[in-house]
Design a protein around this ligand. Structure first.
Ligand code: 5AD
Ligand code: SF4
Length: 494
């Protein structure tokens, strides 16, 4: 692991300064600012990386574009976890080709996990030669240098580092105003046999507790009400620390310290079932600020398949964890990830997955068709599941989960739930939304505008939803659907 030193960041800072001067000159000459557009695929860790790219660009004087066509710099921040994401990248690149022809000055960059796979870089070089910058997930901090060379020498810059880097102190432009993402560690050591992440994101490395807690303190002071602690496997946080003698040695310690900061709610993901400890569950139980929600990827309910996947737990151990967690935290909601059609999965194996779902009754689940990832051990495994069988199983799995999700949500009917207001519904006018501590999406209307502060109400009785964001709302649930609750505002606190 390479810790990126201050001297390297200062070197990058000089490039930031130089680009900043050019941007300033352009602005005084034309009256316009250069603008960027970042499109992030995949998980929240990648989203957090996108926020760092935006932070660096902000320091260089770039502004965010309102849309792709308005941008002078487009960055595609890729994900390689499933094939579908690869396809989307190449589809989008095809469309960018025309845009580049219309706008020769446009700079196009591709970064993220896919760039760690040489075959993708080779394909970009071969078939999408208009791409100017290529860099990997460990090279984000070098964006200023790469961009500087592209802008000054007009030369393409491809740089995908092999080292697992840990960088502190990058500027960040957060996408949301009240919910912040905080990556506490990077990489993964688990090598689940289907998964590409350990190859693209490298080995596990944990940020120092002091750096994380400083970030959390700043977030709380600047008005963030909710934070989500992120890692591929947060439960192994700190396992890479040499004995430091500090009092934060593992994820439970970190979570407990985070709970002392002034947040309304703390979320975290992802947890590996093999690493859930009694200590963690007790910290969750003792600190109501930590959401009563555990995202615990099951992947399969069959011990045989779990073994083939190298998941390092059995269905019995998984169920025991769920039972114990429910004893300690009675209102705990479970969500999960499940893969259908892992090589060699039989009808019996699949029945085991359905069975464990019936036992746990997950509040929600992300369900995936197995996707072969070149370079992973599973890609070499015999007996691939026939695609028609895979799809048929997938449909049964989602039907069962949908029934469970609906039943789970129906338990909230008639109750009052408390949510952090996150936004305005894109589909319905005067409908607002947020999430419960159990991570249920809640849409709500306001029957009595007098419940809201005056600045959120306009004279014609309409409500300015943007003024509600970040507020805490109590909502009486009147309808429950598979993926959301619906209700009416009962109380609101800014
Ligand atoms: N095929 C299908 N799903 C996958 N996931 C990871 N790799 C693959 C793959 N090759 C899923 C797992 C993981 C989630 C983030 O993505 O369920 O938990
Ligand atoms: Fe992939 Fe397994 Fe690591 Fe999750 S724990 S990122 S599924 S290897």
């Amino acid at each position: 692991m390479t810790i990126i030193e201050q001297a390297e960041l200062e070197r990058q800072q000089r490039y930031i300064g130089q680009i900043g001067q050019c941007m300033e000159a352009y602005r005084s000459e034309t009256g316009f600012s250069r603008r960027y557009w970042i499109h992030t695929y995949g998980c929240q860790l990648n989203e957090n990386d996108g926020e760092k790219l935006a932070g660096l660009l902000g320091e260089m004087g770039y502004l965010e574009a309102a849309g792709l066509r308005e941008a002078d710099l487009i960055i595609l921040n890729t994900c390689s976890v499933r094939e579908h994401a690869d396809d989307r990248l190449f589809g989008n690149l095809g469309r960018l080709k025309n845009l580049r022809q219309e706008k020769p000055d446009l700079v196009i960059a591709v970064c993220g996990c896919m760039m760690k796979q040489p075959e993708h870089v080779a394909r970009i070089s071969r078939s999408f030669s208009f791409v100017d910058l290529v860099f990997g997930p460990q090279d984000i901090y070098r964006l200023p240098e790469l961009l500087y060379h592209r802008l000054s020498d007009e030369k393409k810059q491809y740089l995908v580092g092999d080292e697992d880097t840990l960088v502190e102190g990058l500027p960040i432009h957060r996408a949301r105003r009240f919910r912040a993402l905080c990556s506490i560690m990077y990489g993964c050591n688990n090598f689940c046999t289907y998964c590409i992440v350990p190859y693209t994101r490298g080995r596990e490395r944990s940020r120092q507790p002091g750096d994380i807690l400083r970030e959390l303190r700043e977030l709380a002071l600047s008005g963030y009400r909710e934070v989500m602690l992120l890692g591929q496997n947060v439960n192994s946080y700190g396992q890479d620390f040499e004995e430091t003698g500090g009092d934060i040695r593992d994820f439970s310690d970190l979570l407990e310290a985070a709970a002392r900061e002034n947040f309304y709610r703390i979320r975290f993901m992802t947890s590996h079932p093999k690493d859930i400890s009694e200590k963690l569950l007790k910290v969750m139980a003792a600190n109501p600020v930590i959401e009563p929600h555990l995202h615990l990827p099951l992947q399969s309910g069959s011990n045989r398949v779990l073994g083939q996947m190298n998941r390092q737990y059995t269905r019995e151990q998984y169920l025991a964890t769920v039972t114990r967690a429910r004893q300690l935290i009675p209102n705990l909601a479970f969500s999960t990830d499940i893969i259908v059609g892992f090589p060699g999965e039989t009808e019996e194996d699949f029945a085991d997955t359905l069975d464990i779902m019936r036992q746990v009754r997950f509040a929600s689940a992300f369900t995936f068709l197995y996707s072969k990832r070149t370079g992973t051990p599973a890609a070499e495994m015999p007996n691939p599941v026939d695609p028609a069988v895979m799809h048929e199983r997938f449909d049964r799995l989602t039907a069962l989960q949908d029934a469970h999700s609906l039943a789970y949500n129906r338990q909230s009917l008639g109750q009052t739930v408390e949510i952090l207001v996150e936004g305005v519904s894109a589909k319905q006018d005067q409908v607002f939304s947020g999430r419960t501590g159990q991570n249920q999406l809640v849409n709500f209307t306001v029957a009595d505008p007098a419940l809201l502060p005056a600045e959120a109400r306009s004279p014609d009785g309409r409500i300015d939803g943007s003024r509600l964001e970040g507020g805490l709302a109590r909502v009486r649930v009147t309808d429950a659907k598979t993926f959301s609750l619906f209700g009416v505002l009962e109380a609101y606190r800014p």
